[in-house]
Design a protein around this ligand. Structure first.
Ligand code: ADP
Length: 487
């Protein structure tokens, strides 16, 4: 049990480190850390400048006061109380770098080193009239940076030297507390930002989790499930797209299921007819005429099944995108003439006159084989469904508004308006019994339609970036017109 849990936990931890949530928060924290560091650095730098300026100002002020009040005698030096603080350092250095007198918390050796350095700097840079100032910082006491100013001094009794005055750079320790404030504040901000970031990222990613969970549970059989997320943000849009995709998939599956059911149904009828007919004939001895009649039925049903299987194959290839349509310049009137020549025997057999209207040259980019099949399907339908005395099917081509068209019209029974929207649906037949009527020659029935012909016609038109239109008047006739972009 424990050994099963461990890999699962490891997987979850691994997933967490690879999750968008984690990476988002990490990036956010990294950017915030950089911004905080830059901000803290800037504040620290500004504060340092301010502290230095304050210290310089204080030191100069004290030095100015001392300059007026310092009394030097051979016995030593004195100055009024209150000018210097306990932390201040005052050194009197002779011109040869010796410490004459000192005051404040500075060890003797530091005072000597400071005095000789100040004398040396004054010697190097000369003595400007307003008093040359040298700043130096040294650790006089642990953790206390000092700032020094030195000015030359001449006494009436002929003693020359330097007065060196030093004060702590940051007597109140504001630098240290600023560093503490900045570091603590930055860390706290970062921690809050990390926690807040995780919370926010978690909230933002929750819909993704829902989508994943739902997608995981959706199978082939329950494609009717939807996310139904009502949010108007990007994830809501993603969920809507996902729902729309599910809708399309469901419709496609439904179409597929229907297609298989219809195909099986269509095949079952001729198979049953063949079975019944052969069983009937084989049950007793028959006359040659009876055998001939039975074979004619089998032959006709076989024809029907062949054409159905062909159509099914064509549609299956079309659906699978396996059909290769090679588009080359084709003259539609040429294809029409070819079709007429091929179908004339069929039309003669059915007593239908194949007429040609105007057939001017109209060129389009297309695949001759498929265009031929399209016009053939339309003409065959015309021949099949045309009834009455004067049966004729007419083919014409033309060009209008930059489009090339081919029209097949017949003097058939026409199609009622309520059927027109479904005419191109697969397996749609207006009158199922009518399509399997007797051919009229008394021998065998005409191979009936399966309701796939017009679906194939529509597919061919669309694959050529064209479309197919139908106009029909009951009792007058039907006209199909395929339109393409002319070249
Ligand atoms: P089928 O193989 O049954 O002919 P189609 O897809 O070609 O299938 O046609 C679908 C249905 O449309 C046919 O069953 C028929 O009822 C009707 N139809 C097609 N063409 C015509 C036409 N020219 N005149 C009357 N009805 C037609």
């Amino acid at each position: 049990m424990k050994s099963e849990k461990l890999p699962a936990m490891g997987k979850r931890i691994g997933f967490f480190f690879h999750s968008i949530r984690f990476r988002l928060v990490l990036w956010f924290a990294a950017i915030l850390a950089i911004v905080l560091a830059a901000f803290s650095g800037f504040v620290y730098y500004r504060q340092s400048i301010d502290i230095q300026a304050t210290a310089v100002y204080g030191l100069e002020r004290k030095m100015a006061l001392l300059n007026h009040t310092l009394t030097i005698s051979s016995a030593g030096f004195s100055y009024p109380q209150g000018i210097l603080q306990d932390t201040d350092v005052l050194i009197l250095a002779s011109s040869d770098g010796q410490v004459v007198a000192s005051h404040g918390p500075i060890p003797t050796e530091d005072a000597s080193a400071l005095a000789s350095r100040a004398i040396q700097e004054h010697a190097e840079h000369g003595n400007p009239p307003d008093g040359y100032v040298t700043w130096s910082q040294g650790a006089l006491k642990p953790k206390a940076n000092y700032l020094f100013v030195s000015v030359p001094l001449e006494t009436p009794f002929g003693w020359n030297g330097l007065v060196i005055l030093g004060s702590p750079l940051d007597p109140t320790g504001s630098h240290a507390s600023l560093i503490f404030t900045l570091v603590a504040g930055s860390l706290l901000t970062l921690a809050i930002a990390l926690l807040g970031g995780f919370w926010l990222a978690d909230r933002a990613m929750r819909p993704v989790h829902t989508i994943t969970q739902t997608a995981r549970t959706i199978g082939e059989t329950d494609l009717n499930r939807r996310l139904n997320m009502k949010t108007k943000d990007e994830l809501g849009e993603l969920a809507n797209t996902f729902d729309a995709m599910l809708g399309r998939l469901q419709a496609a599956f439904e179409r597929q299921r229907q297609f298989v059911a219809d195909a099986s149904h269509e095949l079952r009828t001729p198979l049953t007819i063949v079975n019944l007919e052969t069983s009937r004939v084989l049950a007793n001895r028959r006359t040659p005429e009876e055998y001939q009649q039975a074979l004619a039925v089998v032959h006709s049903e076989n024809d029907f099944m062949s054409s159905l299987v062909n159509d099914l194959l064509t549609l299956a290839r079309m659906d699978a995108g396996q059909t290769v349509v090679e588009k080359v310049p084709v003259d539609l009137s040429d294809v029409a003439v070819e079709t007429i020549e091929r179908l004339t025997p069929l039309s003669n057999r059915n007593g239908v006159k194949l007429e040609t209207g105007e057939l001017p040259e109209v060129r389009i980019l297309g695949d001759r084989k498929y265009l031929n099949q399209m016009i053939s399907n339309l003409v065959e339908n015309g021949i099949k469904y045309t009834t009455g005395e004067d049966k004729h099917v007419r083919i014409e081509t033309g060009r209008s508004n930059g489009n090339a068209w081919v029209r097949v019209s017949d003097s058939g029974p026409g199609i009622a308006p309520e059927h027109l929207p479904h005419l191109f649906d697969r397996f749609y037949r207006i009158d199922k019994s009518r399509t399997r009527e007797d051919s009229g020659d008394g021998n065998h029935p005409t191979p009936g339609g399966s309701g796939l012909g017009l679906s194939i016609v529509q597919w061919i038109a669309r694959v050529h970036e064209g479309d197919i239109h139908v106009e029909s008047t009951v009792g007058v006739g039907t006209s199909f017109e395929a339109r393409f972009k002319a070249i």
